[in-house]
Design a binder for this molecule. Structure first.
Ligand SMILES: Nc1ncnc2c1ncn2[C@@H]1O[C@H](COP(=O)(O)OP(=O)(O)OP(=O)(O)O)[C@@H](O)[C@H]1O
Ligand SMILES: O=P(O)(O)OC[C@H]1O[C@](O)(CO)[C@@H](O)[C@@H]1O
Ligand SMILES: [Mg+2]
Length: 321
């Protein structure tokens, strides 16, 4: 089928760089003679045919903006088979020949459902969680690491001035990529991630040794999915009498201008997605492996679990003595 008109949507949690991906996909598609429609609020907006035309001009001035101009949503309706049939009807009514979806693993599962019903789709990995296999990094991860790092460095100033123990909770409901990257870059004493059972006794031992060796302050990074920072503070108090100050970084980690890395990655991935659709590829996701643009079948994203880097975790352990 000749490709004439494509749609773009962003879905799941927003991620810095999503706008850069929308801009790149739109302009590449227009450059190649295609018409482009933006679908607002992810699958929820698709079900309501909430669309806007995208032109070279309408995607101007957004490469540096955080969030997503197309807005985003988590759609329960779309998860049900009836919702997916309805979405397919809307795509046909909109006269679209292909769809680019920027989002995380959940978004890709939704894209796969549309592909299985015969609709051409390409996924672009955009999530601060970086929990998608098939790509070394996802759009938004680098910016989120830098946002969290900036906060942790500020907390280090006050922690060292007051000889205090700080626990910083970062995002990551199911994954510890953000937590482990922030821990290594900030020189934290300890990191807790959802992938590894939390060992509070070991943490207490580490804190005890750190104090014995002359450390006067300590930083602990905890991914929200491992344990809440408040619960951890209570456990440290109960187990060893430690008093900790708690900071929960929350959604601030999802905002802000994309870093140069994310704006570049998003531009390359948005362009790669259009190229793939034009070549007749479908049911795939774009990825970046060793800096090269690649494409894989969408299920790679969730079937091949991306492991946390043992090297990063053990380096963090070694450098925090
Ligand atoms: N198994 C599934 N089948 C069909 N659609 C799904 C499935 N899982 C999720 N979706 C759709 O994709 C949307 C986005 O998924 P989800 O909320 O998990 O975010 P995500 O894309 O993983 O991004 P992030 O993790 O960064 O927030 C969901 O609201 C839902 O509409
Ligand atoms: O509050 P929301 O929008 O549901 O998102 C929270 C979740 O989204 C993520 O940030 C991913 O975007 C997770 O790490 C986090 O648990
Ligand atoms: Mg997800």
């Amino acid at each position: 089928m000749e490709l004439k008109r494509i749609g773009i949507l962003t879905s799941g949690g927003d991620a810095p760089g999503m706008n850069a991906a929308v801009r790149a996909a739109t302009r590449c598609a227009i450059y190649r003679g295609l018409e482009v429609i933006g679908i607002r609020r992810g699958f929820e907006g698709l079900l309501e045919s909430d669309v806007i035309p995208l032109t070279s001009r309408s995607v101007g001035g957004i490469i540096h903006r955080g969030g997503t101009i197309l807005r985003t949503a988590r759609s329960e309706r779309f998860k049900k088979p009836e919702g997916q049939v309805e979405a397919l009807d809307r795509l046909k009514e909109l006269d679209l020949d292909g769809l680019i979806l920027v989002g995380g693993e959940g978004t890709f599962k939704g894209a796969w459902a549309l592909y299985k019903k015969g609709f051409p789709v390409v996924g672009v990995p955009g999530t601060i969680d970086n929990d998608i296999a098939g790509t070394d990094v996802t759009i938004g991860f680098d910016t989120a690491v830098n946002t969290a790092l900036d906060a942790v460095r500020k907390l280090r100033d006050t922690a060292s001035s007051h000889d205090r123990l700080f626990i910083v909770e970062v995002m990551g409901r199911n994954s510890g990529f953000l937590a482990s990257a922030v821990a290594l870059a900030s020189g934290a004493e300890y990191v807790l991630v959802p992938e590894i059972p939390s060992d509070v006794e070991k943490l207490c031992e580490k804190l005890y040794n750190a104090r014995r060796q002359g450390k006067t302050h300590s930083l602990i990074i905890v991914a929200e999915g491992a344990m809440s920072a408040r619960d951890l503070a209570a456990k440290l108090k109960d187990t060893a009498g430690y008093e900790a100050r708690v900071t929960v970084l929350g959604h601030i980690q999802r905002g802000g201008s994309p870093t140069a890395f994310d704006a570049t990655l998003a531009s390359r991935m948005g362009a790669h997605a259009v190229k793939a659709l034009l070549e007749g590829q479908s049911g795939i996701m774009t990825g970046s492996l060793w800096g090269q643009m690649v494409a894989h079948p969408l299920p790679v994203a969730w079937e091949e679990k991306k492991p946390l880097s043992d090297e990063v975790l053990s380096l963090m352990e070694m450098l925090s003595i």
